[in-house]
Design a binder for this molecule. Structure first.
Ligand SMILES: Nc1ncnc2c1ncn2[C@@H]1O[C@H](COP(=O)(O)OP(=O)(O)O)[C@@H](O)[C@H]1O
Ligand SMILES: [Mg+2]
Length: 241
């Protein structure tokens, strides 16, 4: 297994937001995380990445067989975990180019990576400063492509993105997670989506639905998405269990 989450409980601001989560992602797999607002999806990704404030009160996280439950975020990133945030911060005074050059582990030049995403002009701007919703998502992907992580965590990569740019973003994510590279690469993904649009670009292996901080349903992600769209989250949990 690439990622193993065992019986994980997480607290934010003194409140338990995730309860006894079990989740395994194997090399090369893409998993989808569904769930209504406030169900704990972002908290789960934050806990896997090791963001401060998301306190693990129970259970453990293993990555590449190593217990990372208490490792700091930079160690996790070096081991090969990368994340695209739902709402990343603006970092005034730091040029995107300087960040990308520091984290570039891709084998391609910073310019080439930016060109491939059609965001060359971002390089000389401060990170996310004045970026539109869609530009922020592209900036996050630029960082992920440069990092070349083995596990990529995507928190609503298509939210706030217009229909044309969804194509661009969808194809970048498709390239990151495509299956035919499976034998050469270990890259895997855990993707949060509300709209389901990103499913059109992915060969997703498994879906998980969070409700009130617990995984309530698992299965084929497309079937789950259809069930949620037609009957709602609660109904989906009832019928698929
Ligand atoms: N920094 C925080 N302070 C207080 N509560 C938080 C914080 N972050 C998340 N929460 C709470 O944790 C729960 C789960 O939130 P989140 O993981 O963001 O859900 P989702 O991504 O599924 O919408 C919500 O009730 C949310 O209000
Ligand atoms: Mg969220």
């Amino acid at each position: 297994m690439l990622l193993e989450i065992k019986d994980l409980s997480v607290e934010v601001e003194g409140k338990e937001v995730l309860h006894n989560i079990n989740l395994e992602i194997d090399h090369g797999e893409t998993h989808i995380l569904f769930g209504k607002n406030g169900s704990g999806k972002t908290s789960l990704l934050m806990a896997i990445m090791g963001i401060s404030g998301y306190k693990i009160t129970k259970g453990s996280i293993f990555f590449k067989g190593v217990d990372i439950t208490h490792l700091p975020i930079n160690e996790r990133a070096k081991m090969g975990i990368g994340m695209s945030f739902q709402r990343p911060p603006t970092i005034s005074g730091v040029k995107t180019r300087d960040l990308i050059e520091k984290i570039n582990n891709n084998g391609k030049s910073t310019e080439d990576i930016a060109e491939s995403l059609d965001v060359a002009e971002f390089l000389d701007r401060d990170i996310n400063l004045g970026f539109s919703g869609g530009e922020i998502k592209k900036s996050e992907l630029l960082q992920l492509v440069a990092q070349n992580s083995d596990l990529i965590l995507l928190d609503e990569p298509e939210s706030g993105v217009d229909l044309e740019n969804i194509k661009v973003i969808g194809n970048v994510i498709k390239n990151l997670l495509q299956k035919h590279l499976r034998r050469q690469r270990v890259r895997a993904g855990l993707v949060i989506t509300h709209t389901g649009l990103i499913l059109n670009y992915l060969e997703a292996d498994r879906g998980h639905m969070l409700l009130d901080g617990g995984i309530r349903c698992e299965g084929n992600p497309r079937e789950m998405f259809e069930a949620i769209r037609n009957f709602g989250y609660e109904e989906c949990a009832r019928c698929q269990r």
